[in-house]
Design a protein around this ligand. Structure first.
Ligand code: ADP
Length: 363
């Protein structure tokens, strides 16, 4: 039997962008696939970022196509203008499942443990304290820590029909996968389950009217950001990074991932930037300023630095983020500065015409 276009597409589905770990079909890099007279004609369009993967992709495509008994004719073009094509999603014209939410903002990080959930929570509480209507969705479905940090781990989840009723704490609405599973069970989700869980939390929670829905993403560049980009129209993403060189490399990958998914990176937050000792002195433990440098190099706004702070950790463990804003000055000042910076970048985004809502005077 002669191979068909479908067989060639199946081959292309095995070829991955090594950085995003997604195949070239899912990433909409395939411009043309034709099979005619024993030849498979394939055209791929790569973002500039992925230009270096061209030869490896060509070899893999050739090998696969020859395996089908066809002569490969594989050509590439490089997309110099954009960050690359993203899979179809609300940005590509699909309907918006959250029409009552003005701004969806994702918080991501290249790896775990850098304070992504801490920043998500304090950003949500900070915006609420500034008078905004805010929801926080714990999209970190593999390791939800939001329930502990908000103190909702003691609460029973309620549903009305198929719709989840969010918890209302610290001035925000929140829903988490942690409310739906037992907290000491490991969360092992296969791709489609992760997709379903994320979708349920985002679209089957009664968020009501919100100015901001903050989404705490899982660390790294896995399935969930892709699901999110297909499902929700995002205003943009905030990337959290610690100052060390190795952390910057991970953050760079996160920035590239958002760009590949055509999600604007609103800015970079440096967490665990420095430590203030009992003597009042500032100690530079991890190389303060590293994330700011990365922000400059990557052409994204720097949104401020949060120090290592024992009270911040203590209030997180106690599920009381409000205390971060009512206590000592250095902590509340740093968190409020980051909140203002995020709000400002949303204003810039709206003013640039990229936003969907009306121009806001945010803070
Ligand atoms: P991630 O979401 O990136 O995995 P978390 O926000 O869960 O990281 O933070 C990991 C741990 O570090 C938590 O115990 C948190 O309270 C603590 N932590 C985060 N940022 C700080 C900080 N600036 N100062 C002190 N502790 C912090």
């Amino acid at each position: 039997m002669t191979a068909t276009k479908k067989d060639v597409l199946a081959v292309l589905r095995t070829i991955e962008d090594p950085e995003l770990k997604r195949d070239v079909v899912t990433l909409n890099m395939v411009q043309r696939v034709d099979v005619a007279e024993g030849r498979a004609i394939v055209e791929l369009k790569l973002p500039q970022r992925a230009a270096g993967f061209k030869e490896a992709m060509r070899q893999a495509a050739k090998q696969g196509i020859e395996g089908l008994g066809l002569v490969p004719d594989v050509t590439f073009s490089i997309d110099l203008a954009g960050s690359g094509s993203a899979p179809d999603g609300p940005g590509a014209g699909a309907s918006n499942p959250l029409p009552r939410v003005k701004h969806v903002i994702a918080v991501g990080a290249g790896k775990g443990g850098v304070g992504k959930s801490t920043v998500s929570i304090n950003l949500a509480v900070g915006l609420a304290r500034a008078g905004k209507k805010v929801g926080l969705m714990d999209g970190d479905i593999y390791g939800p820590s939001v329930p502990t940090m908000l103190g909702t781990d003691r609460y029973e989840v309620r549903a009305e029909g198929k719709i989840l009723v969010p918890f209302e704490v610290h001035g925000i609405k929140t829903m988490t996968i942690g409310a739906l599973v037992e907290d000491d069970k490991p969360l092992i989700w296969r791709g489609p389950m992760a997709h379903g869980a994320f979708q349920q939390l985002a679209t089957q929670t009664d968020w009501g009217d919100l100015d901001f829905l903050i989404i705490d993403l899982p660390p790294g560049t896995g399935d969930v950001p892709l699901t999110m980009s297909q499902l929700l129209p995002l205003t943009g993403a905030v990337v959290v990074c610690t100052p060390q060189k190795v952390a910057q490399d991970d953050a760079k990958r996160a920035i590239n991932m958002f760009r590949q998914l055509q999600i604007e990176v609103l800015g970079l937050v440096e967490n665990m930037s420095f430590f203030i000792g009992d003597d009042g002195k500032e100690y530079d433990l991890f190389g303060r300023g590293g994330a700011e440098m990365l922000a400059q190099q990557s052409g994204v706004p720097f949104m401020g630095a949060i120090p290592i702070n024992t009270n911040l950790r203590r209030h997180s463990d106690a599920g009381d983020p409000t205390a971060n804003f009512t206590g000592e000055d250095t902590l509340s000042a740093a968190l409020e500065a980051v909140t203002r910076s995020v709000a400002r970048q949303v204003e810039v985004h709206v003013a640039s015409g990229a936003g969907v809502g009306p121009t806001l005077n945010i803070l």
